[in-house]
Design a binder for this molecule. Structure first.
Ligand SMILES: *[C@@H]1O[C@H](CO)[C@@H](O)[C@H](O)[C@H]1NC(C)=O
Ligand SMILES: *[C@@H]1O[C@H](CO)[C@@H](O)[C@H](O)[C@H]1NC(C)=O
Ligand SMILES: *[C@@H]1O[C@H](CO)[C@@H](O)[C@H](O)[C@H]1NC(C)=O
Ligand SMILES: *[C@@H]1O[C@H](CO)[C@@H](O)[C@H](O)[C@H]1NC(C)=O
Length: 646
């Protein structure tokens, strides 16, 4: 049979694809050198002249080495295996490599050679393979990697934080005194200072908006936003396990064989729910606000500025903190890798990309506020949507929406074709380890590849606005029954991507292209279907669940939580001193811990930074509009529901 197969493939002109190994049993797996290793950090540095180095080593061997071939064939299954030819090691140099180093002082080149020779010797002895040092990340001397001296930047950021706290204290005291002496003159007083009052901001946090009944209909979005946010934090917590330095990489790789995990790993598409929500909110609010006064093109910069101001201050404070004080919060063998040279260094270099919301187009920025790519996408799509809505009317607008939708379907497919990407973002182990993935950078996070969800949201907003204006109601029982299917349908869609993890050759290019262009669209359509039900007040459990009063506060905090949670992940990664365990319960625990911590820290963050600056902006703009009063720009009455909020 094999001979026949070879003959056939030669005749047909296709050689069998490179052999792949999809599964190894435990005993075979143990034949490979362990992927990760960490010598004891504290003990190492407490010794005289202690030196601890973190290194990446590449395995190599003679071409006919059977074990090496096995490792390569196993690692070639990139969707669910680590690259086992690259090892990460934390090495206590004076101990582990005593024979090569002794107690000489070495310069960098000598040190690299010594470590390379030392590890090579060990791997050769135990596994019969050779290893050479491909990257020496850093070495920590006796002091560890604690940083004692803050620089100018650090003190600037500290000053800004202190200013926020002072302003809040002053504002709160002022508010308190004002309330005490003039009980019925609450409107008096300096409203700029009152923007900082924690009392008022707290009230704002816990009180539902009252106003235009059409905007009140959107309260179901609080539920959708909170749930999606918690799910996203959950997805990100996986990187605590996947990033490496785990005691059993095999167990982690085996999770890719289980259906529940595959659904979770495919869950990155969930973010489309946010885009649908954003597109919807933008159009719906826009149409309501421009009922009386039409917006002209002159409004575009002002609206963009309002949006920028609403999103940026809290974001900037988070990035500034990450770029400065985060690195003082801990130490450990991996602290430098994940925190100081990882997220902190990237935030120092690329902070201004973040403030302009263009960082999703810069793949070099791997770690700084990774999660916020979707805020950038949202801003870019918002700009596109705004251009379409301000500059076109009626038929032209519909044509433009149609064109954008077609682009949203075609562009992801083209992107897959140009860069030979996967059909969807696969949360592959090696991506979690290195944060490098072409599919992530060239398909997942670009603005133009996420157009479809946003446009579906915009069309949905247009439809609902019209139905409400016409007094149209959705009472058809088929529709209300259909709403039951929203959640199962989303799960089914996520499940559909599991084929990309199946054993076998990589899916063919056309399949990947079709999947890339349709899966976001389908998820967006399902989400839009659900939103229509919620906003049109269909009588279903789904709506009641989404409109539950308890979602209000988590939903208001969701932006802060979204900004903050990733730093906890980096913190936990950097604080590791030994291999962490792989198990469902640990993952659940980490997720709950990170979610809880993020929400707890989000409350002061919201009261001190996000809410005051939003209200300050609103007050300034109100004044500004009194002065100019050209009536062109309708100012937000309640910024909570103003446009989209991620
Ligand atoms: C693992 O697989 C190898 C080769 O397939 C086989 O020889 C060995 O007996 C297996 N070990 C166990 C414990 O099943
Ligand atoms: C694994 O890593 C090595 C060295 O870093 C690299 O040469 C190789 O291409 C990688 N293998 C895969 C399948 O990515
Ligand atoms: C290290 O240096 C000390 C003196 O500086 C010497 O006494 C000792 O023997 C040396 N140890 C080794 C392993 O070379
Ligand atoms: C390190 O030391 C070796 C030998 O002592 C010397 O040849 C080499 O130039 C040094 N390298 C650097 C970068 O100083």
């Amino acid at each position: 049979m094999p001979a026949l197969w070879t003959v056939l493939t030669v005749v047909l002109g296709t050689w069998p694809a490179e052999a792949l190994i999809f599964h190894l049993n435990e005993s075979e797996y143990q034949r490979m050198p362990p992927l990760f290793g960490l010598d004891d950090y504290q003990v190492c540095l407490s010794e005289p002249g202690g030196l601890y180095c973190l290194a990446r080593l590449d395995l190599y061997a003679e071409p006919d080495n059977q074990l090496m071939r096995m490792i390569q064939e196993y690692s070639a299954v990139v969707s669910k295996h680590y690259n086992h030819t690259a090892l990460d090691r934390g090495i206590c140099v004076r101990r582990t490599c005593a024979d090569y180093v002794g107690n000489r002082t070495l310069n960098r080149t000598e040190l690299e050679e010594a470590i390379s020779a030392c590890v090579n010797h060990e791997i050769l002895r135990q596994y019969g393979l050779k290893a050479h040092l491909s990257r020496l990340y850093y070495c920590d001397g006796p002091g560890g990697n604690t940083i004692d001296n803050a620089d100018v930047l650090d003190w600037c950021v500290a000053g800004i934080c202190a200013a926020f706290i002072t302003a809040s204290i002053l504002g709160t005291l002022y508010d308190y005194v004002l309330n005490f002496y003039h009980e019925d003159e609450k409107q008096r007083g300096n409203k700029y200072l009152l923007s900082f009052s924690a009392i008022r901001n707290w009230q704002w946090l816990v009180t539902a908006d009252h106003g235009d009944p059409r905007l009140e209909r959107l309260k179901g979005f609080h539920g959708a936003r909170s749930i999606t946010n918690v799910l996203i934090v959950f997805g990100h917590s996986i990187s605590l396990m996947g990033a490496g330095f785990i005691d059993s990489p095999h167990t982690f790789e085996n999770t890719y064989e289980q259906t529940p995990y595959r659904i979770i790993y495919n869950g990155l598409t969930i973010v489309q729910v946010f885009f649908v929500m954003s597109g919807f909110l933008f159009v719906y609010n826009y149409l309501i606000r421009t009922e009386k006064t039409k917006a002209s093109w002159k409004a575009i910069p002002v609206i963009m500025l309002i949006r920028w101001w609403r999103l940026t201050p809290s974001y900037a404070v988070m990035v500034a903190f990450t770029a400065t004080w985060l690195r003082f919060l801990g130490t450990g063998p991996l602290w430098n890798l994940y925190v100081t040279s990882g997220v902190v260094a990237d935030c120092r270099t690329y902070w201004w990309h973040h403030l302009l919301f263009i960082h999703n187009y810069f793949p070099n920025d791997k770690f700084c506020a990774v999660q916020s790519w979707h805020i950038a996408v949202d801003t870019q799509l918002f700009f596109v949507g705004l251009l379409v809505y301000v500059l076109t009317r009626k038929v032209a607008r519909q044509v433009m929406l149609g064109i954008l939708l077609v682009l949203g379907i075609v562009l992801p497919a083209l992107q897959v074709w140009f860069y030979d990407l996967d059909g969807m973002m696969l949360l592959a182990p090696e991506f979690l380890r290195t944060m490098e993935s072409d599919t992530f950078h060239y398909l997942h996070v670009y603005g133009h590849t996420n157009l479809a969800g946003y446009v579906v949201g915009m069309i949905c907003g247009e439809l609902i606005y019209r139905w409400q204006t016409d007094g149209h109601k959705i009472t058809h029982s088929l529709y209300t029954k259909g709403l039951w299917l929203v959640v199962p349908a989303i799960i089914a869609l996520l499940y559909s991507g599991q084929g990309f993890y199946a054993d076998g050759e990589r899916a063919s290019l056309p399949v990947r292209m079709v999947y890339a262009s349709t899966n976001r669209l389908v998820l967006a359509l399902i989400a839009a279907f659900g939103f229509i039900g919620v906003v049109m007040k269909s009588k279903t459990i789904l709506r009641h669940l989404m409109e539950w009063r308890g979602w209000l506060v988590p939903s208001r905090l969701s932006y802060s939580v979204f900004l903050l949670h990733f730093n906890f992940i980096f913190l936990l990664l950097g604080l590791k001193t030994s291999m962490s365990p792989v198990s469902y319960y640990y993952m659940a625990l980490w997720h709950l811990g990170i979610t809880a911590l993020s929400y707890i820290v989000a409350v002061p963050f919201f009261l001190l930074v996000e809410a005051p600056l939003n209200r300050l902006m609103k007050n300034i703009l109100t004044n500004f509009s009194h002065l100019s009063s050209n009536g062109e720009v309708q100012l937000p009455k309640q910024e909570k529901t103003q446009f989209s909020r991620c």
